[in-house]
Design a protein around this ligand. Structure first.
Ligand SMILES: Nc1ncnc2c1ncn2[C@@H]1O[C@H](COP(=O)(O)OP(=O)(O)OP(=O)(O)O)[C@@H](O)[C@H]1O
Length: 631
């Protein structure tokens, strides 16, 4: 399955603006792969309808036979056969369409999940997690019937109505015109009311999505919410979305109820009119009683298709609204538009961890692409030349004209005031962000020539903010290298002083790990363990702030020292000990590299660096860990 860039434009955000045709096209795009099943469903549905349409005529046959004292065997047999066949086909069709509906939902969810995983990182992050979740969980449910049975129901309902009208015309044209008036009134009313239902449904869904986003953020920040005493304000804000959703849904319900009531009145009115006019015509000898009975059966029979039509139109409206919103997700740009919609994972090799001898060079993209072994041994592993990048076209550059060479062994520390562009540099290295100008090379090969997955296979990235992922402790540790052995795992746990933690958990490595069940320092160490098990060519480490516990500080320190002996470590340094030990320190300010050098060189040459060191010294002293004295 390939990423399909929807050509159909629908509105962004809250204001629905896509035309009905455009939305139908989007909805159809979900059903299209199953057109064969749909076609079969339609044929079966028509067969059931034909049987339904034939029933009044057979009833008339029974009545006519009674009138002439004939044998009832044939008409009754036909009636029973129609009944049984209709029931069996109806059951089969129900199951088939139910399955189709689930398949459509499955596909839509798969498409969206793959889009999330393949999306450009910052394009995805622009949308709230709550909104992204709602799209996959609840919007897809609305697609369910809309893209399957409702299409068939609509066609079938229409055919049933037309078929009934034709047969009614065959029975009596005068009575038909009477019934037709009622049908036309109902149709006109529906064409006016249905678009309003769609708008109301779409607004209700938008409010639900806003609620999801806000609720997610509130739960995430529950400690801040409570410590700020902000529960009443949060409650009011959340309930505003709940109320809005209710209001829009109520509007939709009111319109639907109105539509149904008018349809009911229309049909009852039609029956009364037909009875009155029919009785007059029977008395006048212009019509037989059996024809009037058959005609009345058709009028009553119209209720079914009318209801089917109404219900399916409503479902279709909800489905179209959902399809419009889902298609917004399909327009989030992906990292590799040329790729098939498959999640590519870097081909990591399994490595033993531990001693330097046990490790071997990752056969990463650089090695594959870097054809010259001698040159590769001495040349820088990473080069940034004149790199400028911004997060959105109208924003100021987050980094500008960055020139940086990172060698294949050693530790590079990025330092600078908040907002200087340090995280942006790491994002550029991981290709979460594309440079607007300039070039980044890995082992001499421009990033543009390497796929995202291949670039990332050279790195392990330890995030500062969210270092654990959903799952068990084992899932977390093996996240980047699922093939690590139990020995390797045990070794890394010992090294990062995590063995005791794992042993204390009820199910050991298989205990579920949530953000709350481990401390900040433990989370940091788990993510370091994950990085160690990945045995990366380059380790990117966004250090937690200066105040980490002693064990974690030692673990970070040892990890950096060990890996940088043979590999490359790039840190965003928040602790003085990390900065001092670095082989190369990059001082950043306002998106630019302002100085480069060793700790001693920079102390002598750069005022900003002296200020930063002074600030770190204060932070380190105030932390609960022993302060590091300057050499
Ligand atoms: N996701 C984002 N969207 C838009 N702008 C961003 C985003 N992330 C960072 N920026 C902007 O880019 C600039 C550099 O930010 P960056 O996060 O790289 O700085 P930093 O040196 O890592 O800061 P800190 O030490 O506070 O994390 C800042 O002006 C910031 O406002």
């Amino acid at each position: 399955m390939a990423y399909s860039d929807q050509a159909v434009e629908v509105s962004d955000g809250e204001t629905p603006a896509a035309s009905t045709a455009a939305r139908l096209a989007i909805l159809w795009s979900f059903a299209r792969p199953y057109w064969r099943v749909l076609a079969l469903g339609l044929v079966l549905s028509l067969a059931v309808s034909a049987m339904g349409l034939a029933s009044p005529m057979v009833t008339k046959w029974v009545l006519d036979t009674l009138a002439v004292d004939g044998s009832l065997r044939d008409p009754v047999l036909v009636l029973v056969a129609l009944l049984i066949l209709g029931a069996v086909i109806g059951w089969y069709q129900w199951v088939m369409l139910g399955r189709l509906a689930e398949d459509v939902v499955y596909d839509a969810r798969q498409r969206m999940i793959l889009r999330y995983l393949g999306a450009r990182v910052y394009e995805l992050l622009k949308r709230g997690p709550g909104e992204l979740v709602t799209r996959v969980t609840s919007d897809t449910v609305l697609l369910n019937q809309a893209a399957s049975s409702s299409v068939i129901g609509l066609i079938n309902g229409t055919i049933m109505i037309i078929g009934s009208l034709v047969l009614m015309g065959h029975l009596d044209l005068v009575l038909l015109s009477t019934a037709l008036a009622a049908v036309i009134v109902v149709f006109v009313m529906f064409s006016v009311l249905m678009p309003q239902i769609s708008v109301a449904e779409e607004k209700a869904q938008a409010s639900l999505s806003d609620l999801g986003s806000e609720l997610e953020g509130t739960v995430r920040a529950i400690k801040t919410v409570k410590s700020s005493g902000a529960q009443p304000r949060r409650f009011a804000s959340l309930m505003r979305h709940v109320g809005e959703s209710r209001q829009h849904s109520l509007r939709s319900v009111r319109i639907q109820a109105g539509a149904w009531t008018i349809a009911g009145i229309g049909l009852d009115g039609a029956v009364i009119m037909v009875l009155a006019v029919g009785a007059y015509r029977v008395a006048d000898g212009q019509m037989t009683i059996s024809a009037l009975v058959a005609f009345l059966l058709y009028v009553w029979g119209l209720t079914g298709p009318m209801m089917e039509l109404t219900q399916n139109l409503t479902t279709l409206q909800s489905g179209m609204a959902a399809a419009g919103r889902i298609s917004q997700i399909e327009r989030i740009p992906v990292e590799e538009p040329a790729d098939d919609l498959t999640v590519t994972s870097p081909a990591r090799t399994t490595h033993s961890v531990g001693t330097a001898e046990q490790r071997r060079e990752v056969s990463g993209p650089a090695d594959e692409a870097g054809r010259d072994a001698d040159r590769a041994a001495t040349s820088p592993i990473l080069e940034l030349s004149g790199v400028t990048a911004r997060y959105s076209p109208d924003a100021a550059p987050a980094v500008a004209g960055i020139d940086l060479t990172i060698s294949r062994r050693g530790h590079v520390a990025l330092v600078g005031p908040s907002g200087a562009g340090k995280t942006t540099v790491l994002s550029l290295l991981m290709r979460f962000l594309e440079p607007e100008s300039g070039e980044i090379r890995l082992n001499g090969v421009p990033y543009a020539e390497l796929g995202h997955a291949r670039i990332r296979s050279a790195f392990a990235y330890v995030e500062q903010e969210t270092p654990v992922v959903p799952g068990t402790v084992r899932d977390n540790l093996l996240f980047a290298n699922p093939h690590a052995t139990d020995d390797e795992l045990a070794q890394v746990l010992r090294r990062l002083h995590l063995s005791d933690l794992v042993e204390s958990l009820p199910e050991g490595l298989d205990s579920r790990l949530s953000d709350t069940s481990v401390s900040g320092g433990q989370r940091q160490r788990i993510s370091l363990a994950r990085a160690l098990l990945a045995d990366p060519r380059i380790l990117l480490l966004d250090e937690a702030t200066a105040q980490v516990d002693g064990i974690t500080e030692a673990a970070i320190h040892e990890t950096i020292t060990e890996i940088s002996e043979h590999r490359t470590v790039v840190t965003i340094a928040h602790r003085l000990s990390t900065v001092i030990d670095a082989d190369q320190i990059v001082v950043m300010d306002a998106g630019r590299v302002t100085a480069l050098g060793s700790h001693q060189e920079l102390l002598e040459s750069t005022q900003l660096y002296r200020d930063l060191v002074a600030a770190l010294r204060i932070e380190t002293r105030s932390a609960a860990v022993p302060s590091v004295t300057m050499s």
